[in-house]
Design a protein. Structure first.
Length: 435
């Protein structure tokens, strides 16, 4: 089945790669591999980035690249042309591969479907990462991931099988997310968001650090230092996944284009067997959390109901408090996203109800209303990459604004639930003491 998928990818790239190259590299010089003037007379130092391994009758050539270096792309081109491999493995998954070869796919995005399938937060996270990449590209004139694009192109030129060797980015995010507590999740979101929109340029020292990491590792490096357990899903598991995919690549000679940070781990893991299905499994939600998600709203309803039985006026105060705290914080979240007034009103009305049902979320309703009234057009999707670079652009673009309405409304609703729930309990205790 894996082989059929690789064959399908090989067929798709023949018809789609050129269009994708034009979409992604429209602003690049005619020769994508042209080095900067300061590098014109430098040797490519190919042997410095190559690690050769022999597994039985299969020769594996690991190419450790720098994701923000134009020179790395030149090295990839030269190595593949020289080695003439049977397969070329690239550190991409299906989703990132499609984003490279099909730059126009954004036009086909159905924003309503994204909200309905609860993927708004995931798309927002992907756009935040794209913003990080674009910021580097604008500052240093280097397109992050150019060496992967070159690997795809060179594989086609030498008639080698292309293998997408990295784990699905959604699975990686899910496994990272699963390893965090509530506080850690809040810190992670805040750190990523603030790091992307800080005004300061990236220093030369920071650039050197980026040259030995992939984008995910670079963005979360400080966080993995604070939370060492994240190194497992973010780095170690991906080393294992990459190793197995490289080992299973067809042919007797395989070139693998990887971020330099992965090479040491792969040199160890490639001699072991790894279960790709297990590494690709999305962690299930803890049963206890599912019960809590229902117990809390049921407890709120029971407390308000019993308070009505004891003291009707106090029960009314509880109900008003619950509505105001939930509705107000949810509406504030929508306001911060510059939502349409009707979307803000929707957030206020939906939050007190959706907070009592774990299957619903106020942000979904507000997002749908925002998307319906201010429906994103083709130009908004085409401008995503550019608009995602700045804070102003993120709020100006209709696509990202819808995603922000969903995310910020849900965050506001969650805050309102905690505060409103605490106030309901406070009024209940006052009623008990007054008996």
């Amino acid at each position: 089945m894996e082989e059929n998928k690789e064959q399908q990818i090989s067929q798709e790239k023949e018809t789609s790669l050129e269009e994708g190259n034009q979409a992604k590299m429209a602003d690049e010089p005619e020769d994508m591999m042209s080095p900067k003037e300061s590098e014109e007379n430098e040797s490519l130092d190919i042997e410095e980035v190559i690690t050769r391994l022999q597994l039985d009758d299969k020769e594996i050539i690991l190419v450790g690249t720098a994701h923000v270096s134009r020179r790395s792309a030149e090295q990839v081109k030269a190595i593949i042309e020289e080695e003439q491999p049977d397969s070329v493995c690239v550190e991409l998954d299906e989703q990132r591969y499609q984003s490279i070869i099909s730059g126009s796919k954004w036009k086909e995005t159905d924003i309503f479907k994204i909200i309905k399938e609860k993927k708004a937060s995931l798309l927002l996270m992907n756009l935040l990462i794209a913003s990080f990449q674009k910021r580097i590209a604008k500052q240093f004139g280097v397109m992050p991931g150019a060496e992967m694009l070159q690997g795809i192109k060179s594989a086609e030129e030498v008639d080698a099988r292309l293998v997408l060797a990295d784990r699905n980015i959604q699975v990686t995010f899910a496994r990272v997310w699963h390893g965090l507590g509530l506080k850690g999740k809040a810190q992670l979101i805040l750190q990523i968001f603030m790091s992307l929109f800080e005004g300061a340029d990236i220093s030369e020292e920071e650039l050197e650090k980026l040259k030995s990491k992939d984008t995910l590792n670079a963005m979360l490096s400080e966080f993995t230092e604070a939370f060492p357990q994240l190194k497992v899903p973010l780095i170690d598991e991906r080393d294992q996944y990459l190793s197995q995919k490289i080992k299973e690549a067809p042919g007797n000679k395989v070139v693998a284009v990887l971020g330099a940070a992965h090479v040491p781990g792969i040199m160890i893991e490639i001699h072991k067997e790894h279960d790709l299905k297990a590494l690709s499994r999305v962690p299930k939600k803890r049963k206890g959390l599912g019960y809590i998600a229902w117990i809390i709203p049921l407890a709120i309803i029971a407390i308000i109901g019993y308070t009505f039985f004891l003291n009707r006026d106090m029960g009314i105060r509880q109900s008003i408090s619950w509505i105001l705290w939930n509705g107000s914080f949810s509406a504030i979240g929508a306001i911060l996203a510059f939502a349409h007034p009707l979307a803000i009103l929707t957030a206020f009305v939906a939050a007190p109800i959706s907070s009592l049902n774990p299957m619903l979320a106020a942000g979904w309703f507000a997002g749908v209303v925002e998307a319906y009234i201010r429906r994103p057009n083709v130009q908004d999707f085409e401008d995503l990459a550019e608009d995602a670079v700045s804070l102003r652009g993120f709020w100006k673009n209709k696509v990202t604004r819808v995603l922000l309405v969903v995310a910020l409304t849900n965050i506001g609703s969650s805050l309102g639930t905690f505060i409103g729930g605490a106030d309901v309990i406070r009024l209940f205790l006052e009623t008990i003491r007054g008996l």
